[in-house]
Design a protein around this ligand. Structure first.
Ligand SMILES: Nc1ncnc2c1ncn2[C@@H]1O[C@H](COP(=O)(O)OP(=O)(O)O)[C@@H](O)[C@H]1O
Ligand SMILES: [Mg+2]
Length: 253
């Protein structure tokens, strides 16, 4: 099953072609990597797919349905979640509060339902709490649930942002450089969690990653972006051996 299909996607910043007719496919229940030199358009691609930037051309389909033109919150509700290169967890809330808030703001709970707490709302809250605790367990953040998000290490913040992205049970998760600035122990744990969630819950991951090792370890397929264009696509092994890719990567990195 195809989860994400992108056709001829274009995004310009003034005269800069940040995405130059990008076409790609992400199969369901797989882990796809996106690599490329700095400034090649990786984050821009995620920003357009998740509705944060408007495209200048092309089409985006998620589970067979056109999603370009939808707002970020509408896209999240359809089951497409993302994390940011720079974590955005509110620092003055605890880890658990962050998880609960992620679920709430994503379903767009209005202030009135908070005022007139009907049983349906509190049941939803109970379900959210259960899910939050389950996820924190997997992420090994349970013991830190009452700490402020701002007091976590860089790596723990990345784990928390993964947890937040998972609160609404998305089908596809876009991760922007999940292991950047994360120490080796936490990075290894993060990758383990990603693999576990893919296997156990049948999730699909589309991951921007700098490290070839990370890509090789977990990705089924790798796409290479260069100057806003897809320049190669293949298994990690094929990509590692691709002369053109090596050249672009070494000159850009
Ligand atoms: N909001 C923006 N306004 C103007 N230019 C941007 C903006 N976002 C990204 N760019 C430019 O688009 C290009 C691709 O950037 P980006 O997608 O962040 O690259 P990557 O994530 O691959 O490092 C870069 O040249 C960058 O300067
Ligand atoms: Mg980037």
């Amino acid at each position: 099953m195809l989860t994400l299909t992108i056709r001829d996607l274009q995004k310009n910043f003034g005269s800069l072609r940040a995405l130059d007719r990008v076409s790609l496919e992400v199969q369901g229940n797989s882990i796809v990597g996106l690599i490329g030199p700095n400034g090649s358009g990786k984050t821009t691609l995620f920003n357009v797919v998740s509705g944060f930037y408007e495209k200048d051309g092309g089409e985006i389909y998620f589970k067979g349905e056109r999603i370009d033109g939808l707002r970020p919150d509408q896209i999240v509700k359809k089951g497409l979640s993302r994390t940011f290169q720079v974590c955005k967890a509110p620092e003055k809330l605890t880890v658990l509060e962050n998880m609960m808030l992620a679920a709430k703001s994503q379903i767009g709970e209005d202030p009135f339902s908070a005022l007139f707490r009907r049983p349906r709302v509190s049941m939803l809250e109970k379900a959210n709490l259960d899910r939050a605790m389950d996820l924190l367990e997997v992420l090994q953040l349970v013991d830190l649930r009452n700490e402020y998000a701002g007091d976590l290490s860089g790596g723990q913040k990345k784990l928390l942002s993964l947890g937040r992205a998972f609160m609404l049970d998305p089908d596809l998760i876009l991760l922007d450089e999940p292991t950047a600035g994360v120490n080796l122990t936490l990075a290894t744990q993060l990758l383990k969690v990603i693999r576990e969630l893919q296997k156990k819950e049948g999730k699909t991951f589309f991951i921007i990653e700098h490290s070839m090792k990370v890509i090789s370890d977990i990705c089924d397929k790798v796409l290479v972006l260069n100057f806003g264009k897809i320049m190669a696509e293949g298994t990690p092994e094929e990509i590692r051996k691709d002369e053109q890719v090596l050249k672009a990567y070494l000159s850009g990195a």
